[in-house]
Design a protein around this ligand. Structure first.
Ligand code: ME8
Length: 642
């Protein structure tokens, strides 16, 4: 039977006063996965923390005229504040300065020494202090650190070594037998080519020239190398080798170590080798994610391209930032962070798509039904399209989340949000209200609120404030906000009281100057496009053409040219506004099978949303619709046209 526990970790961060959205990225992703697993019924242990020892911190504290402990204490308090503002639901925050952790590392070091896997020798080689990494001459790039490109220092001192070379064969076997251990595969292959295949050498695991760290208890002039100290957090945090190792028994091995790409190597080689030496099971998965990039460069204080993430949260909301981080980056690859795109997405996806859906629907239930939900059986054929999409939503999210395809899982939710918005336009509740067609109106409002309930549940792993605000506004109780309850459409109870609340998201005004510049840029792009005379077969295949049948025709008020048509395109009915009044009488159009462009972005004409376009030929005086020649039998509405 599958184990129901789930142990997930982020890297432990170097204490830094310049935490940026890049740092938040991994923690927010880990948090979304942890929340998702909890909702699925797993007993989750989610750990994050800080990596507080080493030469880098020692030097920074000195520059700030503080003791290392004073220096890290202040930063840790600030980091915890940041995680709280981001809604990070960690179960444990580990600090490598915690007594339990220090004790554990000492015991690990002794155990490996007693076993003969750690031995005393001397080190002479290059060290990168910002990365806290040793390098051989052949690993350097132009004499500089291959990871960060900075200068390396010559280190020559007595050191203890870990017999990493001894584990080369076992590691190779491990990788071969567990193809899902290291992901993404490209990162794994890169690591194997660039490091593993070159042959592993024993690793220097102590320093005598560094004081700020954990002392080797049987030889205290040595300080444990910061990476051995840091990696051990994943088991020290569970009480390994302590009097109370209940958590270790329950949660080890880790189900997922989430790490950035530049530290993947430490986790993919050194960490499994250490665990083998300790006779402990290997984690189930180590995933190396990409970086957030600004203008092509990694975000960092030295480049000056970072802001405190709390600035973004204050200007928008915690969910806007979380949404951007989770939806914009293709998980595993580098992703761009742009302030403009951040605002644009917050306005379009959150304020427009999601926020408007909830406010329109709750306002209509209040206006037409005094806020009361009433069940009704009156159906239209297109209802099933929405109901199926809602009912199968979390199943689709699960499939993608289980493969860590986070951004794709979010896309599925937005597909349903957009479908629900379209459903409002199709069903036109305001017309039903005018016609006093209350049976159909009740059915439409029920379908919409029930879809919103399911959307709210699907959002729970990703957003932290919005789902409960949605549940409040649509008046649903906890029992039907659970993950499992998202699988059934129709659980929303009769007489539920809906109460429109504040808008879920505020639109943010991008400053006018900036948007003008952007418009100029867009205009230029349009000119470029027009100048480009040819399209490729790929361009052509983007156009979706279908057989449609005209079901209703009416004139658009105050317009000499426009008809409003209701067109059946198979699985749904579309409203299309078309300027063919001068060329066709209403009765000439009724029931005609015509050619419809079905994936054209909807546009508003005289306040009516036109959800497609009819194909027609002709110049200004004569226009002929492209109609199907039905002499040889008819085609079904919705048939694709190639
Ligand atoms: O490496 N985009 O700590 P750290 C995405 N203490 N992720 C980024 C990023 C960016 N722009 N900048 C940093 C350490 N990160 C060690 C870890 S674990 C046993 C010890 C990520 O504070 C980075 O990839 O330098 C890494 O995973 C994490 O922040 C911590 O980096």
């Amino acid at each position: 039977m599958e184990s129901k526990k789930y142990y997930i970790t982020t890297p432990i961060y170097y204490p830094s006063s310049s935490f940026h959205v890049g740092h938040c990225y991994c923690t927010v992703v880990a948090d979304a996965i942890a929340r998702y697993k909890r909702l699925r019924g797993y007993d989750v242990f989610f750990m994050t923390g800080t990596d507080e020892h080493g030469q880098k911190i020692e030097r920074k504290a000195k520059e700030a005229s503080k003791t290392p402990k004073e220096y890290v204490d202040e930063i840790v308090a600030d980091t915890k504040d940041l995680w709280q503002k981001l809604g990070i639901s960690y179960d444990k925050y580990i600090r490598t300065t915690d007594e339990e952790h220090k004790e554990c590392v000492k015991k690990i070091f002794k155990k490996l020494y007693d076993k003969g896997d750690i031995y005393l020798s001397s080190y002479e080689g290059k060290y990168c202090t910002p990365c806290e990494s040793f390098f051989t001459e052949s690993q350097l790039v132009d004499g500089k650190c291959p990871d960060c490109g900075r200068d390396v220092e010559l280190v020559k001192e007595e050191s203890y070594f870990f017999r990493l070379s001894k584990y080369q064969k076992r590691l190779e076997k491990l990788y071969d037998e567990n193809p899902e251990l290291l992901e993404p595969i490209t990162r794994k292959n890169e690591m194997i080519e660039n490091f593993f295949k070159k042959g592993l050498t024993d690793l220097c695991v102590s320093r005598t020239s560094v004081d700020w760290g954990i002392k080797v208890d049987f030889d205290p002039k040595h300080t444990v190398y910061v990476w051995i100290d840091a990696l051990s957090n994943y088991i020290s945090g569970l009480g390994y080798l302590s009097d109370n190792d209940e958590l270790m028994k329950k949660y080890w091995p880790a189900d997922l170590h989430l790490v950035g790409k530049e530290i993947f190597r430490f986790h993919a080689i050194i960490w499994p080798a250490l665990l083998m030496a300790l006779d402990l099971p290997i984690p189930k998965k180590i995933f190396g994610h990409g970086w957030l990039i600004v203008d092509g460069a990694k975000i960092s204080k030295s480049r000056g391209n970072y802001k405190d993430p709390r600035v973004y949260i204050n200007e928008t909301s915690v969910d806007s930032l979380r949404y951007y981080l989770l939806s914009e980056v293709n998980f595993g690859q580098d992703g761009n962070f742009s302030e403009d795109l951040f605002i644009e997405k917050s306005n379009s996806d959150l304020a427009n798509d999601l926020g408007n859906l909830v406010s329109r629907v709750t306002a209509m239930v209040e206006k037409y039904n005094d806020g009361i939900i009433i069940k009704s059986d009156v159906k239209e054929s297109y209802d099933d399209n929405l109901i199926d999409a809602a009912e199968t939503l979390t199943e689709k999210v699960e499939l993608l989340m289980d493969q860590l395809k986070i951004n794709e899982a979010i896309q599925k939710i937005w597909n349903v949000i957009r479908k629900a918005n379209k459903y409002i336009d199709l069903s036109m509740p305001w017309i039903l209200a005018k016609q006093e067609n209350s049976e159909r109106l009740n059915a439409v409002l029920y379908n919409l609120v029930e879809t919103i309930r399911i959307i709210g549940i699907a959002l729970r792993p990703f957003l932290v404030e919005t789902p409960s605000e949605i549940f409040n506004q649509i008046g649903v109780e906890d029992d039907i906000c659970t993950w499992d309850s998202s699988k059934k459409f129709g659980l929303l109870k009769e007489n539920t009281k809906v109460k429109k609340g504040k808008n879920l998201f505020q639109r943010i005004e991008i400053n006018k100057e900036k948007s003008k510049m952007e418009q100029d840029k867009k205009d230029n792009e349009v000119v470029q496009e027009v100048q480009n005379q040819y399209i490729t077969i790929d361009d052509l295949s983007k156009v979706e053409l279908k057989v449609g049948q005209v079901l209703e025709v009416s004139r658009v008020e105050n317009s000499d040219k426009l008809y409003k048509l209701i067109v059946d395109i198979g699985n749904e009915k579309r409203t299309i506004v078309s300027g063919i009044v001068p060329y066709y009488k209403e009765e000439e159009l009724l029931n005609k099978q015509i050619v419809v462009v079905t994936n054209l972005k909807p546009a508003k004409l005289r306040g009516i949303e036109s959800q497609g376009m009819l194909l027609a030929a002709g110049d200004n005086d004569v226009v002929k619709l492209l109609v199907l020649d039905n002499n040889q039998g008819t085609l079904e509405n919705g048939t694709n046209i190639h």
